[in-house]
Ligand binder design. Structure first.
Ligand code: ZN
Length: 108
């Protein structure tokens, strides 16, 4: 059986796409720009992705939940070969190397 991807490409509009991955530190998906200007360098692999440089994001955990969760977060990591290495400035307590989750195919 083929391995499921750890990164997926999402169409937000007809001409606009982004990629996202499930963060095991935050428990939410993080978007990453892999196409066009100012994109991260990427090894082109959806199964075991590598990005350069480090990935840093901050915001509120429940910006899209109902009711909204205004808890601020910061997440900073290196991602190599499908694994994520959390740095010390993350607001969550997860540190070091962890596997990124695979996206499960719900229907065939
Ligand atoms: Zn995160």
């Amino acid at each position: 059986m083929a391995l499921q991807p750890k990164l997926r490409r999402i169409a937000l509009a007809d001409q606009y796409f982004h990629h996202e991955f499930m963060c095991p530190g935050c428990g939410i998906e993080h978007p990453i720009k892999l196409e066009g200007e100012n994109a991260w360098a990427w090894n082109g692999d959806l199964i075991e992705p590598t990005f350069n440089p480090s990935y840093r994001i901050q915001g509120v955990l429940g910006a899209f939940s109902t009711p909204p969760d205004p808890t601020p977060y910061l997440c900073h990591s290196f991602i190599e070969n499908g694994r994520i290495n959390f740095l010390n400035d993350c607001t969550h307590s997860v540190r070091g190397w962890h596997d990124l989750s695979r996206y499960v195919k719900l229907m065939d």
